[in-house]
Design a protein around this ligand. Structure first.
Ligand SMILES: *Cc1c(COP(=O)(O)O)cnc(C)c1O
Length: 361
């Protein structure tokens, strides 16, 4: 068996220890004689799995009691509809456009009310986070939507916008659990699991209780109502059971590692190794403004698209997979989520250095 260094943006690398544990429990989960995939979601055993996952997540982040944790389906994209359907009471929401995912969320919300762009970094190919100082927040905005880490472009928010008292909604899909967060600053956070937390098919939503109401458009699908999902503890219908089980294992892996402060330290160290190399390279360079650099998705280019292609191909042949940039952006992207070991970054940097020496005129 040979595992590669997998730099995929998502579905992405998972901790090897978690995969091994899941493999050992595949045929017989703790004496039940069946895998977690095969058991009833109403069984005692599964209820314990989901409750423990929630408990561990609450401990990991420090989620206050007035926030609900939901394990839902439909990926982050379904939240682009679920959030406006449930939260747009005055039919107005503000968006900070920092890339494709923010744009998509904005377009979807426009179907349910007035969505306003209050800041954008489109003028420079989303290579920075706009100035957040004095944003033109709409007076009756129901919420302000941000994408906290921009998976495609490789930027992130280092501070949160001043929403002037309005509810902050964050799409944290690609940075969730990469560092400590203060939940009280948000009304709602959602994250598709397949970036940093678990397998595709699960999306985690953390929502302040007062935002869960029965005031939503009549046509709202029952599956897309936070009140229904909260009242039924994410089990109105069959939840993504195996995904929740694996997320739970990742939460335990993080707790054992020392929690979010510990993983943040490692993530900063990892990203610095790669950015420091890029900053001194004569062939490769980072593509976003330095003060907006993501710790999770490192985007870079070489001196030509032809050389980019050659690099991606040779990297793959040497065990560094999925380094190709997003299809509309080009260049390279190394997604270095929690589960990417520091050895993977060091090995990548020495490979890049070697490639540079061999290919520099
Ligand atoms: C991947 C991603 C999405 C889309 O996630 P799906 O689960 O495929 O719907 C949305 N937002 C961000 C920030 C992402 O990285």
């Amino acid at each position: 068996m040979k595992r590669v260094y997998n730099f995929s943006a998502g579905p992405a690398i998972l901790p090897e220890a978690v995969l091994q544990e899941a493999a050992s429990e595949m045929l017989d989960y703790q004496g039940t004689g069946m895998s977690v995939m095969e058991m009833s979601h109403r069984s005692k055993v599964f209820i314990q799995i989901i409750e423990e996952a929630e408990k561990d997540l609450r401990k990991l982040i420090g989620i206050p009691d007035n926030y609900k944790v939901l394990f839902l389906q439909g990926g982050a994209t379904t939240q682009f509809s679920m959030v406006p359907m449930n939260l747009m009471k005055h039919k107005k929401a503000d968006f900070i456009i920092t890339g494709n995912w923010a744009q998509k969320a904005y377009e979807e919300a426009s179907k349910y009310g007035q969505a306003n762009v209050i800041a954008s970094s489109e003028d420079k190919m989303f290579s920075y986070i706009p100035n957040l100082k004095d944003l033109p927040i709409s007076e009756d905005a129901d919420y302000v939507h941000i994408v906290e880490n921009n998976t495609i472009y490789g930027t992130r928010f280092y501070e949160l916008p001043d929403t002037k008292g309005k509810t902050l909604v964050s799409d944290a899909s690609s940075c969730f659990l990469s560092e400590p967060i203060d939940i009280t600053k948000y009304g709602l956070i959602f994250a598709g699991a397949q970036k940093n937390v678990g397998p595709a098919g699960t999306v985690i939503v953390i929502i302040r209780e007062d935002l869960i109401t029965k005031d939503y458009p009549e046509y709202t699908p029952i599956m897309l109502r936070y009140d229904i999902q909260a009242e039924n503890k994410s089990m109105y219908n069959t939840p993504p059971t195996y995904g929740i089980y694996l997320c739970g294992k990742v939460f335990k892996w993080l707790l054992n590692l020392g929690g979010l402060e510990a993983i943040q330290k490692i993530n900063i160290e990892k990203a610095n190794i790669l950015y420091d190399y890029l900053d001194q390279s004569k062939m490769f360079f980072g593509t976003v403004e330095k003060k907006s650099r993501s710790l999770m998705n490192v985007t870079f280019k070489s001196t030509s698209p032809e050389l980019d292609d050659k690099f991606i191909k040779e990297a793959k042949a040497n065990g560094f997979d999925n380094l190709k940039g997003y299809r509309t952006v080009g260049g390279m992207r190394a997604s270095i989520y929690n589960a990417m070991p520091i050895e993977g970054i060091k090995a990548l940097v020495s490979f890049m250095d070697k490639f540079e020496k061999e290919n520099l005129g």
